[in-house]
Design a binder for this molecule. Structure first.
Ligand code: NAI
Ligand code: MG
Length: 335
């Protein structure tokens, strides 16, 4: 039976990079069928709703979505449509690989190959219990960490290590200062790590981790951490390997998963046909792994690398003169 996935073309450069991505998937013969659903500004204009019920229903039914960036209008109801989606489907694991690629404007053209596994549903990042005193002098935020939330994300990281043949998981925390919240996360992480004697585990405090990532990123394999630390660290890692055009992310839950680029809708270059499609393509590769097509995922990644190596039709962010579609066609010809 053909697997159907939900496709969200999104805003800004979204439709352009989605066209490019679907063109490459076509060449790969992934055998998927697509159900289009709207979200973001385009949905607001068409349906009067940033995140229509029909879109949620489509993702629920198919269990897998490939999503372009969405513009979150300032001053509207949602703080972020992406956060709303993650919460709605309890997509607890945010998985963000960072890998060195040839011919990028990176400080590390080789040697980086790590995955940040970020808890996606709790901690300071979700902004729970935010309040400000009447005199405007004091602001509060509740930071809640649970055993359940910590256990499932750490377990996800160790299972991912086993599944992908990776050797080491680094637990990143600030338990020396944040003794209750980060302390609970670290305690649970140690308990889970003890159940995976085949995977090396080390612990690192978050500020030192940032320095270590910049100095010696090759020492990291899988990083697992709480929501806000993961947000910051994964951007740092994207920066190490050449920036936004190359950074994909997966949001994984028990019943649904959403695959995307880390970057936004890039209104400054939208409609010009020059956006780099690689981040969404790499997100699609994560999706193929998830769908049980690891051979196709690997062919897709290899074709991207070969196209970068050949400097064939690279987009301007990578120093080339190609377009979104000519770059995609160059990749498609190598799958
Ligand atoms: P952005 O990521 O859209 O753009 C930042 C810079 O990177 C811009 O100069 C842009 O041209 C460049 N850039 C981004 N993707 C690129 C690509 N594929 N190829 C070449 N250059 C690329 O971030 P910005 O401008 O802060 O946000 C724009 C909108 O996107 C906002 O409404 C924001 O809320 C939304 N956004 C959505 C996300 C999502 O849906 N996952 C994630 C981040 C932001
Ligand atoms: Mg972020």
């Amino acid at each position: 039976m053909t697997q159907t996935i939900t496709v969200i073309r999104g805003d800004g450069i979204g439709p352009e990079i989605m066209d490019a991505t679907l063109h490459v998937l076509e060449a790969l013969k992934v055998g998927l069928s697509y159900e289009e659903a709207d979200a973001g500004m385009v949905a607001l204009e068409k349906h009067g709703d940033l995140l229509p019920q029909a879109t949620l229903e489509s993702i629920r039914k198919n269990g897998v979505a490939l999503k372009s960036p969405l513009t979150t209008p300032v001053g509207e109801g949602f703080s972020s449509i992406n956060v709303a989606l993650r919460r709605h489907f309890d997509l607890y694991a945010n998985v963000r690989p960072a890998k060195s690629f040839p011919n990028t404007k990176s400080r590390f053209p080789s040697g980086v190959d790590l995955i940040t596994v970020r808890e996606n549903t709790e901690g300071a990042y979700i902004g729970e219990g935010q309040s400000i005193s009447e005199d405007g002098e004091t602001a509060l935020l509740t930071q809640k960490i649970t055993r359940k939330g910590s256990e499932r994300i750490v377990r996800y990281a160790f299972d991912l290590a086993r599944k992908t043949g990776r050797k080491k998981v680094t637990v990143v925390h600030k338990a020396n200062i944040l003794k209750t919240t980060s302390g609970l996360f670290l305690k649970v992480a140690r308990e889970v790590a003890a159940q995976y004697p085949d995977i090396q585990c080390n612990e690192m405090i978050v500020d030192n981790t940032c320095m270590q990532l910049v100095m010696r990123p090759e020492q990291f394999d899988i990083i697992v951490t709480t929501n806000l630390f993961g947000d910051i660290i994964s951007d740092l890692c994207a920066g190490l390997v050449g920036g936004l055009g190359l950074a994909p992310g997966a949001n994984i839950g028990v019943d649904a998963a959403i695959f995307e680029a880390v970057h936004g809708s890039a209104p400054d270059i939208a409609g010009k046909g020059i956006a780099n499609p690689c981040a969404l393509l790499l997100g699609a590769a994560q999706m193929l792994d998830h769908l049980g097509q690891p051979d196709k995922a690997e062919r897709l990644r290899a074709a991207i690398i070969a196209t970068l190596e050949a400097k064939d039709s690279l987009t301007p962010d990578l120093g080339g003169e190609g377009t979104t579609m000519s770059f995609a066609k160059a990749i498609a010809s190598r799958v």
